[in-house]
Design a protein around this ligand. Structure first.
Ligand code: B12
Length: 253
């Protein structure tokens, strides 16, 4: 049986060695390295060594520290969002939408707030896709409206209503001051206010720094993290809107 208690590995199995990188607002000199070691010791790395230090402009130093921790990981208590829907091919997605929905499934997407990082949402929506997979525009039975970057939430709600969206896909990449969390809460609240539950589109958000466990707390239906592929998203949309459809949910009228 596999051990459920594990520790990090660096040079020899179970030696507890980890590597950590951070920046301190100090000029790059001996004292800076001492400061980095003090921080590492406070964080429980013992012994710790600075294996890389480089000045980042005036008054800032970037460090890589290598050291041992005594902490253990209990795999039996790890919580993640497992995929709870079947991964479908484009052909299966199209067939299910055509046969069961009997019209195109409408997806409206974009980046909200000041966020202009469109590469992630484009990877999911645009034909070119990512990681060898075509994006949702490639699926014949999906109608995709990509609204681009820096959308106002109110504008997205209006566009979703006008397009009779079944699903709204929103990307948030910038996380400074938790902007991604504030923006998504604002989005969820705006849709709740604008539409009754049964006419609200499925709200799907994604970005590299989201915790996928936070969907409920953010008031959305699903959160996708880094490395998401279009096929996973298409399969989830079919699961949520076609094969395992939440009772009463209809496209925005
Ligand atoms: C390219 C880039 C830019 C480009 C964006 C061009 C564009 N049209 O998108 C430009 C140069 C414009 C830019 C600007 C800025 N950037 Co920038 N940028 C990046 C960079 C290098 C790559 C991001 C990227 O394209 N990743 C590739 C895509 C495919 O990955 P992804 O976004 O994670 O998407 C995947 C998943 O997350 C998921 N996903 C994403 N969205 C969605 C949505 C849904 C619905 C679903 C289902 C899935 C999903 O699926 C995708 C495919 O797998 C990152 C650093 C990095 N290496 O990540 C910094 C980074 C994101 N940028 C950063 C910053 C700070 C900025 C600026 C503020 C810089 C400045 N001072 O001006 C500005 C902000 C501009 C703005 N108003 O938003 C920071 C953000 C830090 C933070 N904590 O928030 C980063 C992390 C760099 C850094 N380390 O400092 N940036």
């Amino acid at each position: 049986m596999t051990d459920t208690i594990v520790r990090p590995y660096g040079d020899t199995t179970g030696d507890g060695m980890v590597q950590l990188s951070f920046t301190l607002p100090v000029p790059c000199d001996k004292r800076a390295e001492g400061a980095a070691l003090q921080l590492a010791a406070t964080m429980g790395l013992d012994p710790a060594m600075v294996v890389h230090a480089r000045q980042l402009g005036a008054g800032f130093t970037f460090f890589v520290v290598y050291g041992r921790v005594n902490h253990l990981v209990d795999l039996s208590t790890v919580q993640v969002v497992e995929r709870d829907f079947p991964l479908l091919t484009a052909r299966e997605v199209n067939a299910l939408v055509r046969q069961r929905l009997r019209r195109k499934l409408v997806v409206v997407g974009g980046c909200i707030g000041t966020d202009a990082h469109t590469v992630g949402i484009d990877a999911i929506l645009n034909v070119k896709g990512i990681a060898g997979e075509k994006g949702l525009e490639y699926y014949r039975e999906l109608r995709v409206v990509n609204l681009g970057a820096q959308l106002e939430v109110a504008e997205l709600v209006e566009q979703a209503r006008a397009e009779r969206a079944d699903a709204v896909l929103v990307s948030q990449v910038v996380t400074q001051r938790d902007a991604h969390l504030h923006n998504i809460r604002e989005l969820a609240a705006a849709f709740r206010e604008a539409l009754p539950a049964q006419r609200r589109p499925l709200l799907v958000v994604g970005g590299p720094r989201f915790d996928e466990l936070m969907a409920g707390e953010l008031g959305v239906d699903r959160v996708f993290g880094r490395g998401t592929t279009p096929r996973e998203v298409a399969s989830y949309l079919v699961h949520a809107l076609v094969t395992n459809r939440t009772a009463g949910r209809q496209a925005v009228a």
